[in-house]
Design a protein around this ligand. Structure first.
Ligand code: HAM
Length: 439
């Protein structure tokens, strides 16, 4: 029989790893919530057409990377390769624009792209995603970039800097594309990669984004879009940059930043790390002013971004390796309840429940092992206290409590177990209030 394994490019996240994900999600909810973003949970599967119409039929994502299959009635469905399209579908379907002039959504969860798996690139990966609909003004673009950088800082990644570009709008971009195509046609096609030879005619701006060294070399002197923006886009971009300057954001202007999805207009940005290998883009986003209308909705502008959780987790793990102090001890259980005689097990279940009702965390022993082995287990779990309960303790209506770090041992009456637990809980809360947010 063949062994059962995960699908290639998919991974299990065990508690040590998912703790980092939970930390990122909770920080995202707190930070994005402070800017007015509420959580929207959209389905992980949508009609294929949604992604074709939003991401664009010429993109790598739609052409090569989607998990698309027919359902039992032959309708084409696709596992979401990103969150934006689903949020737009939901916004239009539920007429959100009729209820509120500005909508802000935070979405997180698994995304699926059939790419070649490698370090930092999975077929199932997770994103933290924000979308804001209804605002044309460039001040929002600046706020969104500031919010992203604030979030990265809050999870402990303060060294990152955004790369920024403007992709113009439907008025000025066609003219720039013509110029760029004319420039590209003057290049010897043999010196471009196969993808770029094709892209040159279908989406010339994507040639600028190609990572193949010979393509980069050939397009070094390509016209930069910034010099060909219409006055509206130029003013918009300058306002965004001016605000980032005033807030002291250390950004890089990257005229080659075109993003891999077709819906972007005006401000686009990406945060790239050099410390996690070739797949260094940890977050990316931008404005998409025509998207809602293209999908059959009202003429509502939008902007958003997504962070890749696998890549952020890699950075956080690397940071913890270099600086273990950056990592809080994994949530230490408050107690381990050692059961000294099997006949005390029923009473132990109830005692453990009393402790948890008071807010403490911990486990009891079920297997009836020796006291020595149970104490070993308590230390292995790093429990703060080991409580011991056996027949003799039940007869005496008290139990032994050992503080595992100091070795100090006291007896507490069973009747005051809840009071004891409440005091421990209050002490724990005080400690938490003093320590900051850590992974
Ligand atoms: P994206 O640049 O395609 O943008 O993806 C955003 C982030 O997801 C990337 O920067 C990367 O960290 C992560 N990511 C993408 N593919 C993979 C993969 N195969 N394995 C691991 N991580 C990956 C979007 O998805 C847009 N929807 C962002 C957006 C929201 N734009 C506007 N609103």
């Amino acid at each position: 029989m063949t062994t059962l394994s995960t699908v290639k490019g998919f991974a299990d996240l065990y508690p040590d790893e998912s703790r980092i994900y939970t930390f990122m999600e909770n920080t995202a909810r707190r930070v994005f919530g402070a800017y007015g973003y509420g959580e929207l949970r959209t389905p992980i599967m949508e009609h294929t057409e949604l992604f074709q119409r939003s991401i664009g039929t010429e993109t790598d994502v739609v052409q090569k990377e989607m998990y698309t299959f027919p359902d039992r009635k032959g309708r084409s469905l696709t596992l979401r390769p990103e969150a934006t399209a689903g949020v737009m579908r939901s916004y239009i379907e539920n007429s959100c624009h009729a209820r509120e002039s500005v909508s802000k959504f935070f979405t997180c969860g698994p995304m699926f792209r059939y790419e070649r798996p490698q370090k930092g690139r999975m077929r199932q990966f997770h994103q933290l995603n924000c979308e804001c609909l209804g605002v044309h003004e460039p001040q929002l673009d600046a706020e969104v970039i500031l919010m992203l950088m604030f979030f990265l800082n809050e999870i402990g990644l303060s060294e990152l800097r955004p790369e920024i570009n403007s992709l113009g709008c439907r008025q000025c971009r066609p003219g720039y594309k013509k110029l760029l195509t004319a420039f590209l046609r003057r290049i010897d096609p043999e010196s471009l990669c196969e993808d770029c030879r094709r892209r040159m005619e279908t989406s010339p701006m994507r040639v600028l984004d190609c990572k193949v060294p010979s393509c980069r070399e050939q397009t070094r002197d390509a016209p930069a879009i910034r010099e060909h923006l219409c006055s509206g886009c130029d003013e918009h971009f300058n306002t965004v940059l001016g605000l980032l300057d005033k807030e002291g954001v250390d950004y890089t202007l990257n005229p080659r930043l075109v993003r891999g999805l077709d819906y972007y207009t005006r401000t686009t940005f990406e945060v790239v790390s050099t410390s996690i290998g070739a797949q260094g883009s940890v977050a990316g986003g931008g404005r998409y002013d025509g998207l809602v209308q293209d999908l059959g909705g009202p003429d509502v502008p939008g902007i958003g971004f997504a962070c890749g959780m696998e890549r952020l987790a890699m950075m956080l793990r690397e940071q913890m390796r270099l600086d273990p102090a950056a990592q809080a001890a994994p949530d230490r259980p408050d107690f381990y309840l050692a059961v000294l005689d099997k006949s005390a097990a029923d009473r132990a279940v109830l005692a453990a429940q009393t402790l948890r009702r008071a807010g403490l965390s911990g486990e009891m022993s079920f297997e009836g092992r020796s006291l020595k082995s149970q104490l070993r287990q308590a230390s292995r779990l790093q429990a703060e206290y080991c409580l011991m309960l056996g027949e003799a303790e039940i007869a005496a209506q008290s139990m032994v409590v050992k503080h595992m770090d100091s070795g100090e041992q006291v007896n507490i009456p069973l009747a005051s177990l809840a009071d004891w637990a409440e005091i421990r809980y209050e002490q724990k809360q005080q400690r938490h209030r003093k320590g900051g947010a850590q992974v």
